[in-house]
Design a protein around this ligand. Structure first.
Ligand code: C5P
Length: 233
């Protein structure tokens, strides 16, 4: 069973601002992409790591990957596409023969813990499809035009995180279906759900936050400062 992790870092990060692609943004001395790669590499359940970087070629991508030279699990990077789903497809096309499970991880989640990477890979091995998720702490309101229509039962709602891990045949089938239907989704599990296949939730970590706006970096830096990373232990 060979597990490949695709690390998606080909987004321009428009909500983030600035002219550096988000994955190359520094956080406590290394890029978001490098943090993510090192966390995935520290999981014994992951055999290979394949970064997906901006297709136009970027000197920062080269610099960032040079930082990771000693990481034996690292495969040569591939160029991504216009949408996240296109980047995932590009990565999937480049996985080595013999891959049985694919873990898709956003480079924008640099604080993922290696132990949780292992948990979600094991769940996917058992069930075919699994993702990290955390409960929603706030009361939720559904509204239209600024007026509440419904207060749903929040115990049924979860925030989806990455990695999301799938049997490769299931992921290929799900992508082919999305290509036919034209569906564009914001996470990979949705593609599997559209097939009608069960997707299992694995308890995630509120600290596995996604860097979306600049202030998220401040929070991530504070969390890192009080954490001794498992991969440096
Ligand atoms: O933009 P957003 O934060 O939702 O992107 C999530 C992840 O997907 C990021 O790590 C980003 O680099 C990646 N992505 C990508 N290719 C795109 C868009 C986003 O690899 N075209």
């Amino acid at each position: 069973m060979s597990v490949v992790a695709l690390v998606l870092a080909a987004g321009r990060g428009e909500r983030f601002g600035g002219d550096v692609p988000k994955g190359f943004t520094p956080l406590a001395g290394r890029s978001l992409l490098a943090h993510s790669v090192l966390a995935l590499a520290a999981s014994p359940e992951v055999q290979h790591i394949l970064p997906v970087v901006p297709a136009e070629g970027d000197a920062r991508a080269a610099a960032c990957l040079a930082e990771l030279e000693g990481v034996e699990k690292l495969l040569p990077p591939v160029g991504g596409g216009a949408e996240r789903q296109d980047s995932m497809r590009a990565g999937l096309a480049a996985v080595p023969d013999g891959t049985t499970l694919v873990a898709v991880h956003d480079a924008a989640r640099p604080l993922v813990r290696p132990s949780l990477v292992s948990d979600v890979v094991r769940a996917a091995r058992e069930h075919g499809a699994a993702l990290l998720a955390v409960p929603v702490p706030d009361t939720l309101k559904r509204a239209q035009g600024g007026v509440v229509i419904e207060t749903p039962d929040r115990s049924e709602y979860f925030r989806a995180q990455t990695p999301q891990v799938f049997r490769i045949d299931l992921l290929r089938e799900a992508l082919a279906k999305a290509e036919t239907s034209g569906a564009v989704v914001t996470d990979d599990a949705s593609l599997i759900e559209a097939l009608g296949a069960p997707v299992h939730l694995v308890p995630g970590d509120p600290e596995n936050l996604k860097i979306t706006v600049a202030s998220d970096l401040v929070a991530a830096e504070a969390l890192l400062a009080r954490r001794r990373p498992e991969w440096e232990a």
